[in-house]
Design a protein around this ligand. Structure first.
Ligand SMILES: [Zn+2]
Ligand SMILES: [Zn+2]
Length: 108
């Protein structure tokens, strides 16, 4: 059986704002809680098999009452777009900035 989703909840240092991001605990941490940036490392969620390694920056965000905040990312290297669910402890100011279009990754 092929495992399509593997849990990979490791602490890491954000490549954009250099904050050390602790493990999330309840699911895979896939982006920075301060600046929301992510890294293009997955082909399938959580597999860490992508060798792109480009910085993924949030380009838009939507809110659904069922899923919470969904952040849309674009890879600055290959241009791939994908969605991530916001974590409980994500910086809400950054999320609102993404929603109203004033987000700038260099502000964090
Ligand atoms: Zn960061
Ligand atoms: Zn990429």
């Amino acid at each position: 059986m092929t495992k399509l989703f593997s849990k990979n909840d490791d602490s890491f240092i954000c490549e954009n704002c250099h904050k050390t991001i602790d493990k999330l605990g309840y699911t895979s941490r896939d982006h920075c809680s301060r600046c929301l940036c992510s890294k293009h490392v997955d082909i399938l969620p959580g597999d860490r098999q992508n060798d792109c390694q480009g910085l993924m920056v949030p380009i838009s965000c939507s809110f659904s009452t069922k899923k919470g905040y969904i952040i849309t990312y674009k890879c600055t290297k290959c241009g791939e777009i994908h969605n991530n669910k916001a974590a409980n402890d994500d910086n809400k100011n950054a999320i609102f900035a993404v929603m109203n279009g004033s987000y700038n990754k260099d502000n964090y």
